[in-house]
Design a protein around this ligand. Structure first.
Ligand SMILES: NC(=O)c1ccc[n+]([C@@H]2O[C@H](COP(=O)([O-])OP(=O)(O)OC[C@H]3O[C@@H](n4cnc5c(N)ncnc54)[C@H](OP(=O)(O)O)[C@@H]3O)[C@@H](O)[C@H]2O)c1
Length: 250
């Protein structure tokens, strides 16, 4: 029987590359995100590439508990255990809230916490009981920003890193692994919006010892490994895919 994978933020960037990789490996892949049209386009393009209807879109705002519970119920109707759960949805939502005063400050911190931490926590908690036991794999998306002076976004990703250890401990007895992949500069995504000027790109590449940006496929390769049967002895780890921007734990 085909494996079942769930990838949040699977319509764009890194999540889309992860969905395609898992589909290429034969998994059925549910992709989650807020924009139905973006999910549908990604699903149909990946399905065209793999030659099978393996990728299925599920529109949902992962910051809204009722919506997440509803999607979990719909997916549960399939009757399959979840082999791979990738909490990839996230982004630098705080940067939209600028200006003086505490109102902008609290809006930025809440936006980054909701977009990166709440989306991951609600997704994992909604599917916790459905994870395959033993053999399930949870992969969270962190960031090199957790190790650098990056304000509320980096702080939110640091919370994801720390939560990895709690979750890995809680799920170890059930034979479920939990790891985080922390990417560096991956411009071929929607992450940076219109922020990528030539100067911005140069500064990020200059801070990367390997001297180039990373690709969504390179991040997806790390996620794919952690989700694979070859990684069953790896849990509670933060795996950095950042061209050397930060070494080790940072
Ligand atoms: N690109 C980088 O350089 C970089 C570096 C380090 C870490 N990361 C992390 O990598 C992950 C993937 O980001 P990306 O670079 O691939 O950027 P991206 O293309 O902007 O992907 C983010 C995805 O998350 C989804 N999303 C955001 N908020 C959501 C919500 N409330 N509910 C459901 N889905 C939501 C978005 O879809 P909708 O807008 O349709 O909801 C989008 O598909 C993120 O966690 C990001 O923080 C990226």
């Amino acid at each position: 029987m085909a494996r079942l994978s769930i990838v949040s933020g699977g319509g764009t960037g890194i999540g889309r590359a992860v969905a395609e990789r898992l589909a290429q490996e034969g998994s059925t892949v549910a992709i989650l995100g807020r924009r139905a049209a973006v999910l549908e386009r990604a699903a149909s393009e990946i399905n065209e590439t793999v030659g099978d209807d393996r990728v299925v879109p599920y529109p949902v705002d992962l910051t809204v508990a009722d919506e997440v519970a509803a999607v979990a119920s719909r997916l549960r109707e399939r009757g399959d255990a979840v082999d791979v759960l990738v909490a990839n949805a996230g982004g630098n939502a705080g940067r939209r809230h600028t200006g003086p005063g505490l109102d902008a400050e609290v809006a930025a911190w809440r936006a980054d916490f909701e977009t990166n931490v709440v989306t991951s926590v609600l997704l994992v908690e909604a599917f916790r009981a459905d994870l395959r036991r033993p053999g399930g794999a949870v992969v969270l998306l962190g960031s090199v920003a957790a190790y650098r002076p990056t304000g509320s976004y980096g702080a939110a990703k640091a919370a994801v890193h720390a939560w990895t250890y709690t979750l890995a401990t809680q799920l170890a007895d059930d034979g479920i692994t939990v790891n985080t992949v922390a990417p560096g500069f991956i411009p071929d995504t929607e992450f940076f919006g219109d922020q990528i000027t030539p100067e911005f790109r140069r500064s990020r590449v200059d801070a990367t010892p390997l001297g180039r940006p990373g690709t969504p496929e390179e991040v997806a390769a790390a996620v794919g490994y952690l989700a694979s049967p070859q990684a069953r002895f790896t849990t509670g780890q933060i795996i950095q895919v950042n061209g050397g921007m930060v070494y080790g734990r940072g």
